[in-house]
Design a binder for this molecule. Structure first.
Ligand code: SF4
Length: 279
């Protein structure tokens, strides 16, 4: 069967992930050993490859000795961990994405304006926890229900986890605007995320089946899958070629493919090639 396969224009690593991987490789060439606190990007294959060639992943800063440099991941690190690393005298390689740092700055600025800081994002996500640690007692809101439950506030400022869905965020902001007398909102969804979300909408509208490639731990991949599913129920998320099921393509004459910002190009290409061979 001849099937049209379209890969989204923006796939592969976003600028933040590219920068983090570059820093990890650079650090490995300079030092004998480097440790990463948690996965520096949300993709198992990338992390495994980095572990083989570059650095080992640890889950607790107490587990490393003072002579080993530590690499902080792209989606940000909690203030307490920064302090602990400094107290231990560790060499810190900061791979935080500049766009995530902008969110930190926006939260701090709004707190200085006397606003209660609200973070629209997923509870317990690393990026959200790192943003939350920049200010005193912020409120995290992950969905419209939580926004409705919020008590009235006089003055607040809202920022957003970089990978959230703009449609959902708009709904939350409109609820908050009734509850907060003076609300300042800074849309901190990053531009690579926005572009991918727009492209996935277009592909989902115009293709029979949608394949989203990326780790199930990746927030931005999860969002792309959600957006696509809302438009096209024949949407499937896979981590790689091994996740494909030929049944999905039985009657499909067109397939759109998109990928999260921490999915390497070559995995997307493997998936496209495999789909092309499915009868
Ligand atoms: S998704 Fe956006 S904020 Fe996150 S690392 Fe990539 S560019 Fe930076």
């Amino acid at each position: 069967m001849i099937r049209k396969i379209t890969i989204a224009k923006d796939i592969g690593f976003c600028s933040g992930v590219k920068g983090a991987i570059h820093k990890a490789r650079e650090a490995a060439s300079r030092y004998n050993k480097v440790v990463m606190l948690g996965d520096i990007v949300h993709n198992e294959r990338v992390v495994k490859e980095l572990e083989k060639s570059v650095a080992v992943v640890i889950d607790n800063i107490d587990k490393i000795d003072e002579s080993t440099p530590i690499l902080f991941r792209s989606h940000g690190t909690k203030v307490k961990i920064w302090e602990k690393a400094r107290q231990k005298g560790l060499t810190i390689i900061d791979a935080t994405c500049p766009l995530v740092l902008e969110i930190h700055k926006s939260a701090i600025m709004m707190e200085k304006e006397g606003r209660k800081v609200i973070i629209i994002g997923d509870h317990e996500h690393d990026e959200v926890e790192a943003i939350a640690s920049q200010v005193k007692e912020p409120i995290v809101i992950s969905n419209p229900r939580e926004a409705k439950e919020l008590k009235n506030i006089r003055k607040a400022g809202a920022v957003v986890q970089s990978t959230q869905l703009i449609d959902d965020v708009s709904e939350i902001i409109s609820i908050l605007s009734y509850k907060i007398e003076d609300l300042r909102f800074i849309n901190t969804i990053c531009s690579p995320t926005r572009k991918r979300q727009e492209q996935v909408k277009e592909l989902a509208r115009t293709h029979d089946v949608m394949i989203i490639v990326g780790s199930f731990t990746s927030a931005n991949t999860k969002r792309l899958t959600q957006i696509s599913k809302r438009i096209n129920i024949h949407t499937y998320q896979i981590q790689g070629v091994e996740g494909l099921d030929s049944k999905w393509f039985n009657t499909a004459s067109s397939v759109g493919i998109s990928a999260g910002a921490s999915t390497p190009d070559f995995i997307v290409e493997e998936v496209a090639k495999k789909i092309a061979t499915i009868p």
